[in-house]
Design a protein around this ligand. Structure first.
Ligand SMILES: NC(=O)c1ccc[n+]([C@@H]2O[C@H](COP(=O)([O-])OP(=O)(O)OC[C@H]3O[C@@H](n4cnc5c(N)ncnc54)[C@H](OP(=O)(O)O)[C@@H]3O)[C@@H](O)[C@H]2O)c1
Length: 336
């Protein structure tokens, strides 16, 4: 069967098409016919050899894939052949708070991921798709959607009427926009592109700020809050945007620390964290229980993922380049 391997290499030439043996499910395992994967910024970082991987190469890349169960091993009762499922990002994080031991079970990094026609996973490590979802839609959920859900609902603890700040229009932020609106929140979203901000408005964004035009974007954000600030920031920029995020949050507000798009190691004055009594929580995707709760909300609210573009499997490198260019809005998928 066809798959990709991530070998060592300084660039995307590390992505190599390969033929792998057909997987056979052992006791407690399932084989999934993967219909699509979606890309995350993490996949790019790993492919470019900049970390967050964990296993020695070669590894099958991509954490996020979905498809149909085509074979089950002895003792499997959670799912059956024909069920449409997605893989769980951390295969062993089923419930409760995160433990560092789950890091060793991250698909497409610590262990082989989803960019293969068929994959063998523990039956515990798959989640049924929301009603009516196709494989590409299902493949957007395991990392980007679940991270946004965790940041807003599980750890974010938002209430209807709260104001949430989203940074940029990538996968996590656009799911954040959709969940925040479903929960009755007000959304302020930033982008480098006015066209993307207009697109975000069609999805319900209440107010927008172009962060290129306004490098000190916390000022217009506070102005949009009557001079106060937002209740919750989904921080995907990391250390490079943290100062603006702390300034954009209201006193007693919260920051869900998710990403490092603007850097991981910049120096930041942490005074506002104390002075404003902010709470900052690190978010690392989410558990299976959170995934199932999220899918219930998706079903009830009829949320459909925003897929910018889907590439065929033999154009995988082009799909990575498309993500790298940052021209996308929402998610980038690969059809298998
Ligand atoms: N902790 C976790 O569990 C977790 C899970 C998922 C993702 N992440 C991290 O979260 C970040 C976002 O991931 P993703 O997959 O959503 O990425 P993505 O889809 O590649 O998002 C890229 C978009 O982010 C925006 N962006 C880039 N630099 C920015 C900046 N300085 N300020 C504001 N927006 C900026 C741009 O939007 P515009 O074009 O609109 O400007 C860009 O198009 C990454 O760092 C990723 O590693 C972490």
């Amino acid at each position: 069967m066809r798959a990709y391997h991530l070998t060592t290499g300084p660039d995307l030439s590390a992505l190599e098409p390969v033929e792998l043996p057909e997987p056979v499910p052992g006791p407690g395992q399932v084989v999934v016919q993967v219909g699509a994967v979606s890309l995350n910024y993490r996949d790019l970082v790993i492919a470019l050899g900049r970390g967050a991987g964990g296993s020695a190469p070669p590894v099958v890349p991509c954490s996020d894939g979905a498809g149909e169960v085509v074979a089950v091993g002895d003792g499997v009762t959670r799912v059956a052949a024909g069920d449409r499922v997605a893989g769980l990002f951390f295969q062993t994080w089923l419930d409760g708070p995160i433990r560092t031991s789950v890091h060793a079970s991250a698909l497409g990094g610590a262990i082989d991921g989803m960019l293969a026609e068929r994959v063998c996973l523990d039956a515990d490590g798959v989640v049924k798709l929301p009603a009516g979802y196709d494989a590409a839609e299902g493949a957007t959920l395991p990392c980007a959607a679940l991270t946004a859900w965790n940041a807003i609902v599980e750890e974010g603890g938002v209430s209807a009427g709260d104001t949430i700040l989203l940074q940029g229009t990538g996968g996590v932020s656009i799911f954040g926009l959709q969940f925040a609106k479903a929960l009755g929140c007000r959304v302020i979203i930033t982008s480098s592109s006015d066209a993307k901000l207009e697109h975000a408005k069609t999805l319900g964004a209440d107010a927008t700020v172009n962060y290129r035009e306004h490098p000190e974007w916390s000022r217009p954000v506070r102005d949009l809050c009557g001079g106060d600030g937002v209740d919750l920031v989904l921080e995907v920029g990391g250390a490079g945007t943290m100062e603006q995020s702390m300034k954009a949050a209201r006193a007693g507000g919260r920051i869900s620390l998710i990403g490092i798009l603007a850097g991981a190691n910049e120096r930041t004055a942490i005074g506002p964290l104390m002075g404003k009594g902010l709470r900052m929580t690190g978010i690392y995707v989410g558990s299976r229980a959170m995934f199932e709760a999220m899918n219930r909300a998706i079903d009830v609210n009829g949320i459909r993922p925003v897929i910018d573009r889907s590439f065929p499997m033999d154009e995988t490198v082009d799909a990575y380049r498309h993500l790298q260019a940052g021209a996308h809005f929402g998610k980038v998928a690969i059809a298998l």
